[in-house]
Structure formats: C-alpha cells, structure tokens
Write a protein that binds this ligand. Structure first.
Ligand SMILES: Nc1ncnc2c1ncn2[C@@H]1O[C@H](COP(=O)(O)OP(=O)(O)OP(=O)(O)O)[C@@H](O)[C@H]1O
Ligand SMILES: [Mg+2]
Length: 245
C-alpha cells in the first residue's frame, strides 16, 4: 500500500463547517475496524500556550481520536497562536511553511499507520506560503479528497466552486452534508440542490448535534472498501507492468 491508498484529505466549504468532527469520527471508526489510524493537521492557527508549548484544539482532538502512541508535534507540526490564515500566522511568527517538512511528517505517519486523515485549514485554496496552497500540496500527492459542506446560507455556491476546483486536480471521492446549528429552514432543499448539481456522490449526511462516530460509521466502511479496492487495482497494475517489462 502506498500513501495514496491510505491517506484521505478532508477539506470544507469554509472554516467552521465540521471538518474536525468528520475527521475525528472517521479516525475512531477506522480504529474500531481494527486499523491503526492517525490524524494530521499540517498547519493550525489559533492556539493556546500550555506547559508543553502551543496547542491547537483541532490538533488535540485529532490526537485524541488517533491510535495511541503519537506525539502532538507528529500530528500538528506547525502551530501558531493567532487565529488567522496559515501563511499570515507563519509570517507573524517569522516562519515559512515548508512543504518538504509536511511530507516528512506524513511519511512518518504512513510508515506506522493504515489510515491517515489530513484536515486542511479553512477551504481548498487556502495558501500555505507565498508560492503554494493546500490544493497544490494535496494535488502533488494525488490524495483523494472529501468535501465537507456546512449546510447553511451561501453553501451552495461554496460547494459548487470547491468541488469544481478539487476535481480538476485530484480525485474527489464525494461530499458530506453537515447540518450546522441552527438548522437551515430549507436544509433539505439545499441538500437536494447540491445532490442534483454536484457530479460526485453525497457520502454522508450528518444531523445537527449527531454523534460524530455513529454519523460517520457507514462512511468509514465505504472508504475502507474503496481504499482496499484501489489498493488491489494498483497491485494488479504493478504486476501487469512488471510482467510486460
Ligand atoms: N452537525 C453538527 N451539529 C452540531 N454542531 C456541530 C456540527 N458540526 C459541527 N459542529 C460544531 O461547529 C463547530 C465547527 O466544527 P468543526 O470544528 O468540526 O469545523 P472545522 O471545519 O473543522 O473548523 P476549522 O476551520 O476551524 O478547522 C464546532 O464547535 C463543532 O462542534
Ligand atoms: Mg477543524
């Protein structure tokens, strides 16, 4: 299995739409499937100082939902105090986010885990530094993506734009309708509109205040089946290449 067969990138239509909830639910379900699962938050901005150093809530939640034995830094290598865009937070700390460092951190997790769930920051096109966005980094790895849509006013446009931009560069597995409180009056109609217009499947629908683990159980089963299939395909492909070489 290479890292594209075990890694899933979770992006969202915006900040605060439920990416961490989905990521943590999936990690816990993968662990229930008997797999070693690790969350990864490459860059977190918005952190408090604790005795051990800066800690971000997403990083802590992903660490808690991951298989035991990981350090905070292995799950969240870049952590900045101000709750601002990652490249601006890095700049304020006189740092530059180095994609090679993110790759090394992911490789380390992939060596010892069966599933890596990476949570972006904000949405798909958020810059990491002056030259690269999350989209560039994810597309370079061809990691499959899940799009979390926070069902609220404005999400139709955000979802359609995000899906189009993602699918242009890397496999978009599907989208998740996350019903944010307060429930939108026309929530069902928003979901129907997106079902009709998005070219990828609705993989899960999460109710307001739903338990994140049960709400993502079927999704985790579906993803494991899909990743296993993908991995089998790549083994067949590799052996065909070897036998024709
Ligand atoms: N289905 C839901 N029902 C109730 N509350 C929810 C639901 N989904 C998300 N929330 C709440 O909304 C807030 C944002 O969710 P979450 O942190 O998962 O979003 P995010 O996309 O990861 O945000 P960020 O961009 O900050 O990483 C959290 O307080 C979370 O508990
Ligand atoms: Mg989050």
């Amino acid at each position: 299995m290479n890292d594209a067969d075990k890694t899933i990138f979770i992006t969202g239509t915006d900040t605060g739409v439920g990416k961490t909830r989905v990521a943590c639910g999936l990690l816990e379900n993968f662990r229930l499937q008997g797999l070693r699962a690790a969350g990864f938050k490459p860059v977190a901005s918005g952190a408090m100082t604790q005795a051990e150093g800066l800690r971000n809530e997403d990083g802590l939640n992903l660490l808690a939902a991951s298989s035991p034995g990981l350090t905070y830094a292995s799950v969240n290598p870049y952590c900045f105090a101000p709750p601002i865009a990652p490249h601006l937070a890095a700049r304020a700390a006189a740092q530059t986010i180095d994609l090679a460092r993110l790759d090394v951190a992911c490789d380390m997790l992939a060596r010892t885990h069966d599933r890596i769930i990476i949570e972006g920051a904000g949405g798909w096109l958020v810059p990491l530094n002056d030259t690269h966005t999350f989209a560039d980094w994810v597309a370079a790895h061809r990691w499959p993506v899940l799009l979390v849509v926070g069902i609220r006013l404005g999400c139709i446009n955000h979802a359609l734009l995000s899906a189009e931009a993602i699918a242009r560069r890397t496999p978009l597995l599907g989208w998740i309708a996350n019903h944010l409180p307060p429930a939108a009056e026309v929530a069902d109609q928003i979901v129907d509109t997106l079902r009709t217009r998005l070219k990828v499947p609705l993989l899960a629908s999460i109710a307001v205040d739903a338990d994140q683990v049960s709400a993502t159980r079927q999704l985790a089963d579906h993803l494991s089946a899909q990743l296993a299939h993908q991995s089998a395909d790549s083994i067949v492909h590799q052996s065909t290449m070897q036998s024709t070489a």
